[in-house]
Design a protein around this ligand. Structure first.
Ligand SMILES: *[C@@H]1O[C@H](CO)[C@@H](O)[C@H](O)[C@H]1NC(C)=O
Ligand SMILES: *[C@@H]1O[C@H](CO)[C@@H](O)[C@H](O)[C@H]1NC(C)=O
Ligand SMILES: *[C@@H]1O[C@H](CO)[C@@H](O)[C@H](O)[C@H]1NC(C)=O
Ligand SMILES: *[C@@H]1O[C@H](CO)[C@@H](O)[C@H](O)[C@H]1NC(C)=O
Ligand SMILES: *[C@@H]1O[C@H](CO)[C@@H](O)[C@H](O)[C@H]1NC(C)=O
Ligand SMILES: *[C@@H]1O[C@H](CO)[C@@H](O)[C@H](O)[C@H]1NC(C)=O
Length: 649
């Protein structure tokens, strides 16, 4: 081809492209709607958190959402999931958000992106990395220069990665939220919101629709909305729709009506009844919202699982369980529910729902009971568990001071005096965050619990070893107390005198479990005594083989721990999460099939914190095909009613 031919060819190509309008997405203030490629557009979206679903199931869940009639999904990006320590970014495997975006687009779903930096989401610290607390007096979600510097650096990494996935650039992302429910937070720092707006604009450009979300009341929008960010509201199926949208209209007299979080169910807390919202109530309210021509995002469409340590907590301190089922239209395990079909039937009245079969619910398998045997106690295994070795300190230090984020820390000291009579070992300032398992000379003596149990009695000779294993049960993710330091955040006292001379062990339990470093307890005799009321935190291990000759194994399953009390469970080194059947309401943990092996026996490791049902008898964990998320809760800890957002303001 001659140079002239080349140039005219290129010209033709350019002309040809400009004849087709380039993709665009914008607000139409005249017609109170969104415009997609210049045409009126309304989204019916559902929330899905890739961080709560194993990557192997992303496609299945997204396809079910598409087949349910949605044309969009809404996702959060949890900062602490991608930057676990400063400057160490992880976007691979289950954290590969770009792959997730690509899948959504391939399936035909648009994306509403909520990159925070704060996300709430019943996720540890609302998605903020705990290492921000290294600066003790940091003011989170404000113009605090150290907070801003960290946000700028993170967004400088994230937003350029996101930019090619914006709709005008050929990707699925139609709108991007700035912060989250900022009007519910005490700081009310407009400079912070202005800074975020400029930051987002500088990375994403001037065209992308940026928005905010706040509760459906004028008072929430006061500190939550900002000029240049499109204000939307969130409210559940029992709200007064007219009043909630009137609040949005107060901030946005024109433009599309948007409910960014229409609650299909609700969250759970340990010790409170499982939340259930009737399908008929959800369906009726959804119908009314859609009849107004409004845009809506169903929160959650699928909740998923808080694997590992990722659950958050509310105030007064109430941690969320491992399951984030949410009573959503797709269950924790992605199962189709009656609510799914009720919602689909409503959507059908407003837009065409894709033809063809909905992907079926994945089969579940009962692998049965697995015999468990006792390994070392945490105290015995402490040298193995503490890879970095202990820190010596006169008074206790918090998790973050010793560079630990999640899990458990062992605080060790000794009795300074003879305690021949029961002597109170106390946390007078309520400084155990969140639960402490206390033993003296290797015998369990009691449990301290934040806001609930501030003192236990101990006896023992001067010099006896005192071990206090402190569990981080999840950082507060909503409200004004999100600066939630973990560990012993104030002194423990013995008969009113502060204990000192601590040896503090940061514990890498997950590494030890996955590398199989835990040893067996020296089996000297068979303990014939009945199960103890309380034992020191101890590891247990069991094995099971996936049966041969049954097609399509391994399949998903659920595991329950009958008569076990509280702890953490791993399968083949994968941290499934916390169990606490003694408090409820969650009894079974979701076991995704991809962590199971047919090539080798599967290893189950349990860290039981209170007492295993094992002494003098065999004890088991049980794999079943049916979830139990709604067991009765221990009455002593029962909350009187459901926690509502309004309670926290
Ligand atoms: C990144 O995250 C993935 C998924 O959780 C994990 O498998 C991988 O080990 C992580 N990589 C690093 C370097 O931590
Ligand atoms: C809903 O709110 C509107 C506007 O505030 C009010 O007029 C109406 O009476 C309310 N409806 C109910 C059922 O409370
Ligand atoms: C504790 O009691 C023992 C006798 O049982 C005594 O020898 C020792 O001095 C006492 N220690 C302290 C610190 O009071
Ligand atoms: C500790 O012991 C004292 C004296 O025996 C008793 O009065 C008190 O109730 C006990 N406290 C706890 C928390 O068990
Ligand atoms: C513990 O007590 C000591 C002595 O009273 C005091 O100096 C220190 O600040 C206290 N530490 C904490 C974390 O409360
Ligand atoms: C379970 O642990 C044993 C011993 O460490 C190991 O040989 C086996 O491969 C493990 N099983 C799986 C599925 O990882």
């Amino acid at each position: 081809m001659t140079p002239i031919g080349l140039i005219s060819g290129l010209l033709l190509l350019l002309l040809g492209q400009s004849l087709e309008a380039s993709p665009s997405f914008s607000l139409d203030y005249k017609n109170n709607c969104f415009l997609k490629d210049g045409k009126e557009f309304r989204y019916i979206s559902g929330s899905i958190h890739y961080n709560r679903i194993p990557r192997v199931y992303w496609r299945d869940r997204l396809l079910k959402m598409y087949m349910g009639g949605l044309n969009a999904i809404q996702i959060y990006i949890p900062w602490n999931y991608h930057e676990e320590s400063p400057g160490q970014y992880n976007f691979s495997g289950d954290r590969d958000v770009e792959y997730f975006l690509k899948l959504a687009q391939d399936i035909g779903l648009l994306v509403i992106l909520r990159p925070g930096p704060y996300i709430c989401g019943e996720w540890d610290m609302g998605g903020l990395p705990a290492w921000l607390l290294k600066k003790k007096d940091i003011v989170l979600r404000s113009s605090d220069p150290d907070y801003i510097a960290a946000v700028d650096k993170w967004m400088g990494k994230l937003l350029p990665m996101i930019k090619p996935h914006l709709y005008p650039n050929g990707g699925p992302i139609i709108t991007v939220q700035v912060e989250n429910e900022y009007g519910s937070y005490i700081a009310c720092d407009y400079n912070y919101m202005r800074h975020l707006t400029q930051l987002f604009r500088s990375h994403l450009g001037d065209e992308v629709v940026l928005f905010t979300t706040d509760g459906g009341g004028v008072n929430y929008l006061k500190c939550g909305s900002l000029q240049g960010l499109y204000a939307t509201v969130d409210f559940g199926p029992t709200a007064n729709i007219t009043a909630a949208f009137a609040a949005q209209r107060h901030a946005e007299p024109n433009g599309p009506l948007v409910n960014s979080e229409f609650y299909t169910g609700w969250l759970d807390h340990w010790g409170s009844h499982h939340s259930v919202v009737q399908s008929s109530v959800v369906a009726k309210s959804l119908d009314q919202i859609l009849a107004k021509g409004a845009n809506v995002n169903l929160y959650m469409f699928i909740g998923g699982t808080n694997f590992g340590y990722w659950n958050g907590a509310n105030t007064p301190y109430a941690p969320q369980p491992t399951s984030y089922d949410y009573d959503a239209p797709l269950s924790e395990a992605g199962d189709l529910t009656e609510k799914y079909y009720a919602i689909r039937d409503v959507i059908k009245m407003y837009r065409e729902v894709p033809a063809g079969p909905v992907p079926p619910t994945t089969p579940k398998y009962s692998y049965g009971a697995v015999k468990m045997k006792k390994l070392q106690t945490v105290s015995d295994a402490v040298e193995t568990l503490s890879l970095s070795g202990p820190v010596k300190s006169v008074y206790p230090q918090t998790f973050i001071e010793i560079n630990q984020v999640f899990g458990y820390v062992l605080y060790r000291t000794s009795l300074p005096v003879n305690c021949s009579e029961p002597t109170p070992l106390s946390s007078p300032l309520n400084g155990v965050n969140d639960r402490a398992y206390v033993s003296v000379s290797g015998s369990a003596v009691g449990i301290l619990e934040r806001n609930k149990v501030l003192s236990v009695n101990v006896t023992g000779k001067a010099g006896s070893q005192v071990d206090v294993l402190v569990e981080n049960m999840g950082r507060i993710n909503f409200g004004n107390s999100i600066k939630d330091f973990k560990g012993l955040v104030s002194n423990l006292t013995l008969a009113g005198v502060p204990l000192s001379g601590w040896t503090i062990y940061s514990l890498s339990i997950d590494e030890a479990v996955s590398q199989g470093l835990l040893g067996e307890e020296p089996a000297t005799w068979t303990d014939p005594s009945p199960p103890a009321a309380l034992s020191p935190p101890t590891f247990y291990e069991g094995r099971f083989i996936i049966p041969d000759g049954i097609p399509d194994l391994p399949q998903d399953s659920y595991v329950k721990l009958p008569n076990w009390r509280k702890g953490q469970i791993w399968i083949n080194g994968f941290n499934l999460g916390r169990y606490w059947p003694a408090r409820g309401p969650q009894v079974t943990l979701f076991v995704p099939a991809h962590i199971l092996s047919t090539a080798a026996p599967n290893n189950v490791t349990v860290l039981e914190l209170e007492a295993a049902p094992c002494s003098g008898q065999t004890c088991t964990v049980e794999f079943t095909d049916t979830p139990i998320l709604n067991a009765p809760v221990e009455s002593e800890y029962r909350h009187h009613r459901l926690f509502m957002k309004e309670d926290l303001l």
